[in-house]
Design a protein around this ligand. Structure first.
Ligand code: NDP
Length: 435
């Protein structure tokens, strides 16, 4: 912490991993001897740049852009771009570090990175978002490439932003390259990429439930968020016969005791993606309760919780409430949504807890499949991609279970994911010498 003062989120992410991989370092002293952990927690490269652009009133705005190129031991840097007012280096380093281990779990050759800006697209016109994206890419384009660094979306960066970013990249580089993932299916994108993270979270929860001869069918699910991950987590819960009781945004949550079905979800997706409205409108439209400024974790009648909004959105106290209300499956759709005290509660209670770097790896996995399609100039059918996604989530679940058991923590998916991801990256770093 002395070398990186003030980076609380980054310290939180690293200390969780360090406590999990301690038994690995003890059993395999070569990793400590070669200072693999110190190297892994120092980004290979951090790029920070000015993003000046002109708003609708003709005034100049100045934002800050970043790309953290964390680790390329097993493949090109890969990870999303986040546009939100609170984006800083601590957040991006935590995300890039998590991403490195997550990408290692996907079975695909992907390194780790993350980037973004303190620009918030909320409340901005399409024209402003486009001019910002063009200004952002005017610098970023020289640092990325299909074999170097391949960004994608994250909070505040959806299909619209990826389109504007890709358009500007193409204009500057004069090539149609697979340099961003999450593109539209008509212009190099993969089917199922928009759905992949949310679908994958639910596939992962299903795999965990299977170890106890259970399934999501008929279970009540609390979902936070109503963005990309939350929308498709909800869709997959519905596909598998579960009941979605809540969804939220940064203004509060809606509680629909009848369940958010396919039709209501389609309405909600249109509200969020096309009209860019607030979740309270759902409550008004369908006549259910809206709880302003609150999170959904105290709602009863649920067995499953899927936090899909943002980091540190589920506290230790909220974890206790969930447990007291009978929730026994938690899968993280967001990155690090559960505070460390909450994770401790879940593990001590022995419930099924899937950490983000395993449970939400489906998005980056399908991004990897988008890269394969781009490199081979091909397009795979929806069903083919969905099958591959399910297969990858099953493999990730298996790797977590195996690594946890091997190091004396059976059933602990946090230990399993951290150890399996760490060992893959660490062994590649050792093989490549002191770099
Ligand atoms: P979106 O921007 O599409 O959606 C984010 C959602 O979370 C919105 O509903 C937003 O509400 C809500 N939200 C954001 N910040 C807060 C907050 N502080 N408190 C409460 N609600 C909040 O992002 P994504 O769905 O893409 O990402 C969600 C999470 O999933 C992030 O942690 C991201 O890193 C992670 N993730 C995303 C992947 C992807 O493929 N997209 C892959 C793996 C992880 P509002 O509309 O009011 O802002």
């Amino acid at each position: 912490t002395a070398r990186t003062p003030g980076q609380a989120e980054f310290h939180q992410a690293v200390s969780e991993v360090v406590s999990s991989v301690w038994p690995v370092l003890e059993r395999k002293p070569v990793y400590a001897g070669m200072r693999v952990l110190e190297r892994m927690t120092e980004p290979e490269r951090v790029i920070s740049f000015r993003v000046p652009w002109i708003d609708d009133r003709g005034e100049i705005q100045v934002n800050r852009g970043y790309r953290v190129e964390m680790n390329s031991a097993i493949g090109p840097y890969k990870g999303g771009l986040r546009f939100r007012a609170d984006v800083d280096l601590s957040t991006l380093k935590f995300l890039a570090f998590e991403q490195t281990l997550k990408n290692a779990l996907t079975t695909l050759p992907l390194g780790g990175g993350k980037g973004g800006s303190d620009f918030d697209p909320k409340g901005r016109s399409d024209g402003e978002v486009m001019r910002f994206c063009q200004a952002f890419m005017s610098e970023l384009y020289r640092h990325i490439g299909g074999r170097t660094d391949v960004p994608a979306g994250d909070i505040g960066v959806g299909a619209r932003e990826i389109g504007f970013l890709f358009g500007q990249y193409k204009r500057l580089a004069n090539e149609f390259a697979g340099v961003l993932t999450g593109k539209g299916p008509a212009w190099g994108g993969s089917f199922i990429r928009p759905e992949a993270t949310g679908y994958g979270v639910v596939y992962f929860a299903e795999q965990m439930l299977k170890t106890r001869d259970e399934s999501i069918y008929r279970k009540g699910c609390l979902i936070s968020g109503s963005g990309n991950v939350a929308q498709y987590a909800a869709e997959n819960v519905i596909r598998l016969g579960g009941r979605v009781l809540t969804m939220s945004d940064s203004s509060g949550f809606v509680h629909d005791p009848d369940g958010i079905d396919e039709e209501k979800l389609a309405w909600l997706i249109e509200l969020k993606e096309v009209r860019r409205g607030r979740i309270s409108e759902y409550a008004e439209h369908f006549g259910c309760a809206f709880h302003a400024g609150q999170r959904p974790w105290a709602v009863k009648d649920a067995q499953v919780a899927l936090p899909c909004a943002s980091q540190n959105e589920l506290t230790e106290q909220e974890a206790k409430t969930l447990l007291a209300n009978g929730v026994h499956v938690v899968a993280e759709g967001a990155n690090m949504p559960c505070e460390p005290g909450a994770v401790r509660q879940f593990i001590e209670a022995g419930i099924l807890f899937g950490p983000g770097k395993a449970a939400n790896a489906g998005g980056v996995a399908v991004s990897g499949l988008e890269m394969v399609q781009n490199a081979t100039f091909s397009t795979w059918a929806r069903e083919q991609v969905d099958d591959r996604l399910l297969g990858i989530m099953v493999d990730i679940h298996h790797s977590c279970v195996r690594a946890a058991a091997e190091y004396g923590a059976p059933g602990n998916y946090v230990a399993g994911a951290n150890i399996a991801g760490f060992e893959k990256v660490a062994s590649a770093m050792l093989a490549q010498g002191v770099v």
